[in-house]
Design a protein around this ligand. Structure first.
Ligand code: C5P
Length: 228
């Protein structure tokens, strides 16, 4: 069915957007959904993180929008399946560091950076059917997307999931810290003056609290396939 659906393309390329708060499992679900559909996967959070990592490495003042914009203009970020490359270097792990996560807010709040990344995102989705994941994909970047989902889960559930992820990658953290970081990041993402995190008017909200990853992927796949 995935292959049939992949071949069902007519004019233009289709986009499925998956937005939602940190730790809702969007990346995993979006990647698996893209595999199942035979589409490409775009992790837009990784792009903002790559800009933040490059800025930290270059010692750029994160509050200087002009400097961030100049830095972004010269960056080469590539997203081959499952990896993030910055100027050819694999930074898939480095962009998940706590310091980078904190600095990412500056890239995300910067109008100039956003407009460059939005252009990259549209170019990426202009060459193949794409499942894209982020905060503003359904609202700002792809208002005409084929299907839009806003994936969320209970706060504590998201924090527990994130804690397990961090611990499995060797980080020493506790639940309270993870929950507090998550709450702060959600509030910043929702309150952003430009492209705040929110469901698009025509997005379907999917609460994953009681669902396994496979169940969420099945659910979204059925919904996408129901509208070829
Ligand atoms: O999804 P992820 O946690 O990797 O995103 C990191 C940060 O990048 C988010 O907290 C948000 O501030 C920013 N972001 C954004 N717009 C997107 C994707 C991510 O502002 N489309």
């Amino acid at each position: 069915m995935a292959a049939e659906f992949a071949e069902g393309r007519r004019a233009g390329f289709r986009v499925v957007t998956i937005d939602g708060p940190a730790g809702a499992g969007k990346s995993t679900v979006a990647r698996l959904l893209a595999d199942r559909l035979g589409w490409r996967f775009l992790d837009t959070g990784a792009m903002y993180r790559a800009v933040a990592l490059a800025a930290l490495r270059a010692g750029v003042d994160l509050a200087d929008a002009l400097a961030l914009d100049r830095l972004t203009a010269d960056l080469r970020v590539e997203l081959p399946p499952g990896r993030v490359l910055l100027g050819g270097e694999d930074v898939s792990r480095a962009i998940r560091d706590a310091a980078v996560t904190q600095a990412t807010r500056f890239a995300a709040d910067c109008v100039e950076v956003r407009s460059r990344l939005v252009a990259w995102q549209r170019a990426f989705a202009g060459t193949a059917d794409t499942v894209t994941e982020g905060r503003d994909q359904g609202t700002i970047v792809f208002p005409d997307a084929h299907r839009k989902f806003f994936v969320t889960a209970a706060d504590e559930h998201r924090a527990r999931r994130r804690l397990a992820e961090l611990q499995s990658s060797g980080a020493v953290v506790d639940f309270e810290t993870v929950l507090a970081d998550q709450t702060r990041r959600d509030a910043q993402d929702a309150a952003r003056a430009i492209a705040p995190m929110k469901p698009a008017d025509d997005a379907e909200v999917v609460d994953t609290t009681r669902l396994s990853v496979d169940e969420v992927v099945d659910l979204l796949f059925q919904k996408v396939a129901a509208r070829p």
